[in-house]
Ligand binder design. Structure first.
Ligand SMILES: *Cc1c(COP(=O)(O)O)cnc(C)c1O
Length: 397
């Protein structure tokens, strides 16, 4: 497959075997045989590119599907902006926010859905299946609607209502699962194997990782150089691998010569990747529990792959309590005017936790991954909602 100046193929992140990027290829068939129950996916495929850098700064020109197949919905190109009050409060005068909550469906997941939708259209596939804690589902539903695709989603019955209603609005078939996200994932895999259609499950479909790399490409092009440090909220570990991939492509294409420090931020109650980072492996899963539903996973699907990237590129890991997440969320809202969902505020919480170890004059990017309106129930916890309505001025306290 070629696009102007770049060629693309899949390469197994474990054994190095290469495969064409075509329908039906998801994980490396050889390494998938080593799959153990209740462990992250084996045989995750990377997209490897070769050739010379395109002239354009349209990030789609760095993706393995020709631009004409992308649906017209405007995904990506989100602002990288300078939060003045937060800079003053924290003393970091080169702090930046990359606000991916401003994507069409309100989360960074649109970057993956966008590439998956383009791939489906390129190959004449009409149906897409996905399991999700909520955002990948609402994202695929919305981007799929714009692309004219039929989307079936599997979400746990505990998913925030807004994400479900959003998916229904977009016209998706919603399967509510009596169980966790991990249960929804298993069920969707069986359903996809039986009914066909393109599987957009995170990590399993390598294009989900590749699609998310555009956030890193944009950060680099917007800043004009590599940042020092990027804080990334981590659940399944696909966003963070996408961020590594984007910067890795830029280094390979000679735009830059060093990898930023990428910090994986996890909730204390859902920290499988950070635990594995300490111990160098994945143990029995621990039932996850955190206010940040989008990063609540027992078995991180992309765990091995994310861990490999963190080790290879000297990344770091930090875990955050739910109280710290909710207070970071409130600070972002009240000081920056950025209302993010708890998972998205986790990256800022990670910055607050590590800031004493950081250089105050470094370019630091907080990746905000999802919009606050997606989960009002959690956001209520950090505010006092007025209970008594007033009718006359005298009643106002
Ligand atoms: C999915 C998601 C994450 C975590 O991404 P992973 O690829 O699962 O690590 C973080 N924040 C938001 C808002 C998300 O939707």
């Amino acid at each position: 497959m070629s696009k102007d100046t770049l060629q693309f193929k899949y390469q197994c992140s474990e054994c190095g075997k290469t495969y064409a990027i075509e329908p039906g290829t998801y994980t490396c068939p050889d390494c998938a045989k080593k799959q153990e129950e209740n462990r992250p996916l084996r045989g995750i495929l990377d997209v490897e590119l070769s050739g010379t850098a395109p002239e354009s700064r349209d990030v789609r020109d760095f993706l393995p599907v020709p631009t004409e197949f992308f649906p017209s919905i405007p995904v990506g190109n989100t602002p990288l902006w300078q939060p003045e009050n937060l800079r003053k409060q924290t003393g970091f005068h080169k702090l930046f926010i990359k606000d991916d909550g401003l994507n069409p469906t309100g989360s960074l997941k649109d970057r993956a859905s966008y590439l998956v939708a383009a791939f489906a259209r390129q190959h004449g596939i009409n149906t897409v299946i996905v399991a999700s804690t909520g955002n990948a589902a609402s994202s695929m539903s919305g981007v799929g609607a714009a692309a004219g695709l039929a989307v079936t989603i599997f979400i746990p019955k505990t998913a925030p209502e807004a994400k479900m209603v959003q998916s229904l609005q977009y016209g998706a078939k919603v399967v509510l699962v009596d169980g966790t996200y991990d249960d929804a994932y298993e069920l969707s895999m069986k359903y996809a194997a039986k009914n066909g259609g393109l599987n957009r499950n995170t990590a399993f479909n390598p294009l989900t990782i590749e699609g998310k790399k555009t956030a890193a490409l944009e950060i680099f092009f917007q800043l004009g150089h590599m940042p020092e440090t990027v804080f990334v909220p981590v659940g399944d570990g696909v966003i963070i691998s996408g961020i590594f991939k984007g910067f890795r492509d830029l280094i390979q294409l000679k735009f830059a010569d060093r990898m930023p420090t990428i910090v994986a931020v996890q909730a204390q109650g859902s920290s499988a990747i950070c635990r594995a980072f300490e111990t160098d492996g994945f143990d029995e899963p621990v039932a996850s529990s955190t206010v940040a539903d989008s990063i609540s996973v027992d078995v991180p699907r992309n765990g091995f792959h994310a861990l490999m990237n963190l080790k290879r590129f000297n990344g770091e890991c930090v875990t955050i309590s739910d109280n710290e997440i909710l207070s970071a969320q409130k600070q972002l809202s009240g000081s920056a005017g950025l209302f993010s969902e708890p998972a998205a505020a986790t990256s800022f919480a990670g910055f607050l936790k590590l800031k004493n170890e950081l250089d105050t004059s470094a370019d630091i990017v907080i990746l905000s991954t999802g919009n606050g309106l997606k989960d009002i129930v959690s956001a209520r916890e950090a505010v006092t909602v007025p209970v008594k309505p007033v009718k006359i001025l005298g009643e106002i306290k």
